[in-house]
Unconditional design. Structure first.
Ligand code: ATP
Ligand code: MG
Length: 494
């Protein structure tokens, strides 16, 4: 029997060998499995009996090969049970496909996490058929294999022996284009924050909104979803694989069609944000892979939790180290964060006086450490929109802005084709030199900014990357003075 092990997104085929020999009745599972595999013994034993089979009253040895391989607990039970039935002559045919599933004590077959990466791996190794629980059948079918879904061990055996054949599951349809709850047209005014959103969506730049309560920061951030480009096939599979490991796949539409938009609450723990546990599960940063991570009220997050974002922001991946070995999950996302300028929220507000002490303000803003802030290219003030203008419609609909975003992405794709980068936010310093040259007058504007606003070397390159995206959105080959001016404007410090 063939199963598939999973650790993080790392997969390996596992051969389940079963030997039934004379001796005292026992079920021994070898192959260095983790504690959960040992638990599986009891479930397999009960499931076999409760499905109307006999559990051999002899010494049953199960070997999960290769033995040195790390193995996550669930998913092997179906293969083990079928192996025992085959070895004891209760199953009279060979099983050639991949078997994935957990068994309940009553013999029901339960879905497992990580079906998609496992089935894709097996398919790439030439296994054309998989036997899984009903809830996993669509996910497996989406990987391009012949997928059979079952409710119980009994059903699997009846199918294999031809008593009650089950039809292969058809590939589930792609979900319809998502409906976004916030459209830019719903937001009155706020032209500058909207420009920032457009630049973030096009160039993959991280973005921070700062402003008093109720000025629409949350609403603006949520609108990002509506202007991001669609997922391409490779991204859809990569993002879906992470969701599969997290057990968050919708069985009716297993392959994601919309970019993930994850908005963890500020009470989120380190574990839920970056992942962890044993076996290691992906966190919000990885569920946001290929999409956006929204941290609303970012200053309310614990500082230590925010500091853990540095690794994914720099490496576009997180490595979770555990006793069983390290697991790496991808984590390439656009960060969009929102906060008030001070604890009371009214610092710099035209209408209300701020009641915070200077040191309170300092401490509050200090929550976003320098290194984190350094990775946020766009920092934008969101002012209050006059009450009488709140009912106005925005100038543009998200669909129109999205068209510009797509066109800008296409320009980036062509320009960056040989670099391995996809968006301007990823440009290295050398690439900034190459792709973001400006004329002498603009260079002087930058030099002034460096002097007056103490723009760091890093800040200098970030401004140029943002300016490059602004130029791409305008359809300009060169980075113009106005692009740099806009980039400087969208980088006011909170
Ligand atoms: N520019 C705007 N156009 C239309 N409605 C707006 C605008 N700004 C705010 N609103 C209205 O005010 C509500 C509050 O906005 P939102 O929650 O986004 O503010 P916020 O800046 O996130 O506030 P807080 O700092 O309290 O989190 C929105 O649900 C919306 O109804
Ligand atoms: Mg808010």
């Amino acid at each position: 029997m063939t199963a598939c092990a999973l650790w993080g997104l790392e997969t390996a085929l596992v051969t389940v060998e079963v030997d039934v020999a004379n001796g005292l009745p026992a079920l021994v599972v070898v192959g260095l499995p983790d504690a959960a595999v040992q638990e599986a013994r009891e479930r397999v034993r009960a499931a076999v009996r409760n499905s109307g089979f006999e559990f051999p009253l002899r010494r049953v040895t199960v070997n999960l090969a290769p033995a040195e391989r790390r193995k996550e607990g669930t998913g092997f039970e179906l293969a083990i049970a079928l192996g025992i039935l085959r070895a004891s002559g209760q199953l009279r045919v060979d099983v050639t496909g991949l078997c994935l599933g957990e068994l309940a004590l009553d013999g029901a077959l339960r879905p497992v996490r990580g079906t998609m990466p496992r089935v894709r791996f097996a398919a790439a190794r030439g296994l054309g058929q998989v036997l899984v629980a009903n809830a996993n059948a669509g996910e497996a079918a989406a990987c391009g294999v012949e997928s059979f879904g079952f409710a119980s061990l009994r059903e699997v055996v009846d199918h294999l022996e031809g008593r009650a054949r089950v039809a292969p599951t058809s590939v589930p349809p792609r979900a319809a284009a998502p409906h976004h709850s916030v459209d830019l047209a719903h937001i009155a005014g706020q032209e500058t924050p909207k420009r920032a959103l457009e630049i973030a969506a096009a160039g993959g730049h991280n973005l921070l909104f700062v402003g008093p309560p109720g000025t629409g920061k949350t609403m603006l951030a949520r609108a990002l979803e509506s202007i991001l480009p669609p997922l391409d096939d490779a991204e859809a599979l990569a993002a879906s694989a992470v969701h599969s490991v997290a057990g968050l796949i919708d069985p009716r539409h297993p392959v994601l069609t919309a970019r993930p938009f994850r908005a963890p609450h500020h009470t989120a723990s380190h574990l839920s944000l970056v992942g962890g546990g044993s076996p290691p599960r992906p966190g919000e940063v990885s569920l946001a892979h290929c999409g956006a991570l929204f941290l609303d009220e970012v200053a309310e997050f614990s500082r230590s939790v925010l500091d853990t974002l540095r690794e994914p922001l720099e490496q576009h991946a997180v490595t979770i180290s555990r006793a069983g070995g390290a697991a790496t999950y991808p984590a390439r996302f656009v960060l969009v964060a929102a906060m008030n300028p001070c604890p009371c929220g009214f610092w710099g507000d035209a209408e209300r006086e701020c009641t915070c002490l200077p040191e309170q303000i300092e401490r509050y803003r200090g929550k976003l450490s320098g290194p984190l802030l350094d990775r946020i290219d766009l920092r934008v003030h969101v002012p209050r929109v006059p009450f009488e203008r709140l009912r106005d419609d925005g100038r543009e609909r998200s669909a129109d802005v999205r068209e510009r975003v797509l066109a800008a992405r296409e320009r980036m794709r062509v320009r960056l084709a040989t670099t391995g980068r996809r968006v301007n936010a990823e440009l290295t310093v050398i690439e900034v030199k190459r792709f973001c040259s400006v004329d002498a007058a603009t260079e002087r504007l930058l030099a002034e900014a460096v002097g007056a606003r103490r723009l760091s070397a890093r800040g200098y390159h970030r401004v140029l990357r943002v300016a490059r995206t602004a130029a791409d959105l305008a359809g300009s080959d060169g980075v113009r003075g106005e692009d740099v001016a806009l980039a400087l404007l969208l980088r006011s410090d909170p």
